[in-house]
Design a binder for this molecule. Structure first.
Ligand SMILES: [Zn+2]
Ligand SMILES: [Zn+2]
Length: 343
């Protein structure tokens, strides 16, 4: 079967290769991939800014249909519509595994970079990380349940947003657009910020329910947030841009005693006025991928129509055109691109 493979460490080293069709072990499920999303992490893997374990089939955001199950699997049957978490391998013994935070297991191997992923026709995963896709969630929407679960983990489980709080979301990329919708569901007053190149994404944020969108190159975000909050600043800032200017702006916009969550990845160390955390007595957190609880919430939000993933999809391509998809993602021209397997 054809697959998008990172075949060697270093910048680039990604190509379409023929790989052997996998078969499930006793506790595994073989899923026929119906749709898979390109993620910012894939671009980081391409540039070797994110550790990978080549040769490896890329792709970690997907959904599909169960094609075969291992002999110990009674939870799923052939034909079930499913999606999967990305914690393909964990040790099961460390403090994080034992307390449900297995996303932080030091031995965690992620799908699509630690072990073979979903930019191909079939993907095999352990049964414990498979989730049933609700009947009313289509495959394209379902492929994005992974970034949605990440956003749920970051905003709901890690940050905790309370009704009436002013929530600033910096960066209207996929995680920003999903987090802003979740913040809205949680009862926040949601302000999404971006640059001139983000105009389309900002209007999408608005149509998906954001209360206010700001182009920080045309308007003064500090003044607007001060006006909104009686001079105090935002209760919550979710930094979803993964850029140094975005992180610096976050520390300016968040109020004393406020919450600041680093949602985006920089891919390298950045320079920031870190002592603002002390001066402002901030609650600072971040998140790494997702876990079972976030998935269950995410799939419920999708099924109930409270959060939408499909409007984020700007392009759909066969996996053979992965390069075009990666380039568009890198240039910021695409929000989400869906790849489909080929024969
Ligand atoms: Zn991702
Ligand atoms: Zn562990």
């Amino acid at each position: 079967m054809k697959a998008v493979v990172k075949f060697k460490k270093g910048i680039g080293n990604v190509e379409i290769r023929d790989v052997e069709e996998p078969s499930p072990g006793p506790d595994e499920v073989k899923i026929e991939v119906k749709a898979a999303g390109i993620c910012g992490t894939d671009i980081h893997i391409y540039y070797d800014e994110f550790q990978s374990n080549p040769p490896v089939v890329m792709g970690h955001e997907f959904c599909g249909v169960v094609k075969e199950v291992g002999k110990n699997v009674i939870e799923f049957k052939v034909g079930d519509r499913v999606t999967s978490e990305t914690a393909a391998k964990v040790c099961g013994k460390c403090i994080y595994c034992r307390t449900g935070d297995y996303n932080l297991c030091p031995e965690r191997k992620g799908l699509g970079y630690g072990v073979n992923g979903a930019f191909t026709k079939y993907c095999v995963v352990r049964k414990d990380i498979v989730h049933r896709l609700p009947d009313n969630v289509d495959f394209v929407s379902g492929a994005l349940s992974e970034p949605l679960s990440c956003a749920v983990h970051g905003t709901v489980e890690q940050t905790g947003i309370e009704a009436g709080e002013v929530v600033v979301v910096i960066g209207p990329g996929p995680i920003g657009l999903l987090s802003s919708q979740i913040a809205k569901v949680e009862g926040g007053y949601v302000v999404v910020m971006g640059l001139s190149v983000d105009e389309k994404k900002l209007s999408l944020a608005k149509s998906l329910g954001a209360d206010l969108v700001i182009n920080v190159e045309k308007e003064n975000p500090e003044e607007i947030v001060k006006d909104l909050t009686g001079g105090y600043g935002a209760d919550v800032v979710l930094e979803c841009s993964g850029s140094a200017p975005g992180a610096r702006l976050s520390l300016k916009l968040v109020r004393k005693k406020g919450k600041f969550t680093q949602m985006g990845l920089f891919g390298k160390p950045i320079e920031i006025d870190f002592e603002q955390i002390a001066y402002k007595e901030l609650k600072v957190t971040g998140f790494f991928t997702q876990k079972w609880s976030a998935w269950e919430r995410a799939l419920k939000l999708l099924s109930e129509g409270k959060v939408k993933t499909r409007p984020l999809v700007t392009e759909e391509l066969p996996i053979t055109e992965w390069k075009k998809g990666f380039e568009k993602k890198e240039k910021g021209e695409a929000i989400k691109t869906i790849l489909y397997p080929v024969e």
